[in-house]
Design a binder for this molecule. Structure first.
Ligand code: SF4
Length: 387
């Protein structure tokens, strides 16, 4: 029987991340991300070790503050895991984190927030220099919910084109600086956009290793199904060198992301393609982030599960509800959903597309969500296929 390691692959460059290498025919690496507070060294090391036991090739951590960065030396001392760090707006933290990790992810869409007058090219040069000096790989992590404003404006409603253009722009910048130890990701919560973006990018840059993922895929089993849809289409065409299955699960079940990723790889290698349930994507679609150290309130996963349970009565309606864990990605990622909830420490923001309906306590928001959903359904008429 074929093994996942012999999947046909694009001939991408080799990119080393600590003790593993992605691309150039190496086995597809499976990743996950800690959802603990990074500054909480005990909890974070425990979760890294759990993920390693589950078979993670790379473990990612979020670093948003000097306090998070200050925790990294001790975390590094207590684990040999291949560590990747996710930087959001404060790209300068790279200098503090790089000596202690193996890879840094930056989001081109977030380089504009700090030092607005400094050209993006200089910021990328800084990141490449820091990575080069510290034996780190980079990931250019483009996300549909936070596309570089210049590219978003250029392509208007064609978000996929904006994502691909942003990724290509940053590849050209890094190549021009002589830095080639990088991979790229193009993520969205819609598997169809993930497929399209990655296919277009790979057609242009078949040499650049790709990190695949469907962001905010949500709760199992739907989250696994959405991810499988994208991965089957891409990996079977030789596209993809490392993967993450992003699931909304409690901290002690994060290993399920690794198990799901390995299962999908194994099934694809054996030609076991799973059919997607009929009308999947044309019915109620709940997207929810996998949570990470930035989550504003531990009640988030519980809230996502309650939203799923509360809304089952609407399963035949083509409505998208987004449930997000924090202010970093919550406001942007809920804009495209029919109804969105994003968590603050003591309240939940409820939205109708980009419009804020109001802020509600964690114990008040569900009835308000149901009222909004009922109103939306009534305004649209009978569900698909209804008598
Ligand atoms: S929305 Fe916030 S809490 Fe959820 S995964 Fe993204 S950054 Fe983390």
């Amino acid at each position: 029987m074929p093994e996942a390691s012999v999947l046909p692959r694009n001939s991408t460059r080799a990119v080393r991340i600590g003790r593993i290498t992605i691309g150039a025919g190496h086995p597809v690496a499976v990743q996950s991300m800690c959802a603990t507070r990074t500054a909480d060294v005990e909890a974070t090391v425990r979760q890294i070790l759990d993920l390693e036991r589950a078979g993670a090739d790379v473990v990612r951590l979020a670093v948003d503050s000097a306090r998070d960065a200050a925790a990294l030396p001790e975390i590094r001392a207590r684990t040999a895991a291949n560590l990747s760090v996710d930087l959001q707006e404060n790209y300068r933290l790279a200098a503090q984190v790089a000596p202690h990790v193996d890879k840094i992810r930056y989001n081109p869409g977030h380089l504009h927030h700090h030092e607005k007058a400094r050209p993006v090219r200089d910021k990328v040069a800084f990141l490449a220099e820091v990575a080069g000096k510290n034996d780190c790989a980079l990931r250019v992590g483009v996300n549909c919910g936070s596309i570089d404003p210049a590219q978003a404006e250029r392509f208007g409603n064609d978000a996929v084109a904006g994502m691909v253009a942003s990724a290509l722009e940053h590849c050209a910048l890094l190549d021009g600086m002589g830095f080639t130890r990088y991979c790229v990701s193009l993520k969205d919560s819609d598997p169809a956009k993930v497929i399209e973006a990655n296919r277009r990018f790979a057609a242009d840059r078949p040499d650049v290793p790709l990190h695949l993922g469907v962001t905010e895929a949500g709760l199992p089993p739907d989250g696994v199904i959405k991810t499988r849809v994208a991965f089957e289409q891409l990996l079977s065409r030789g596209i993809g060198d490392t993967i993450r299955v992003s699931l909304t699960v409690p901290n002690d079940r994060k290993g399920e992301e690794i198990a799901a990723g390995r299962q999908i790889l194994d099934d694809i290698a054996r030609g076991r393609f799973r059919s997607v349930p009929e009308n999947f994507g044309k019915r109620l679609n709940i997207i929810s982030c996998p949570s990470c150290s930035r989550v504003e309130n531990e009640a988030f996963v519980d809230l996502a599960e309650k939203v799923r349970d509360l809304t089952t009565y609407a399963r035949d309606h083509a409505v998208t509800i987004a449930v997000m864990g924090c202010r970093v990605n919550g406001p942007g990622e809920t804009d495209d959903a029919d109804l969105g909830l994003w968590c603050a420490p003591n309240h939940v923001n409820l939205k109708r597309h980009s419009e804020l309906v109001g802020t509600f306590g964690y114990d008040e928001v569900l009835p308000r969500l149901k009222a909004e959903l009922d109103h939306l359904i009534a305004s649209r008429g009978p569900a698909r296929g209804a008598a």
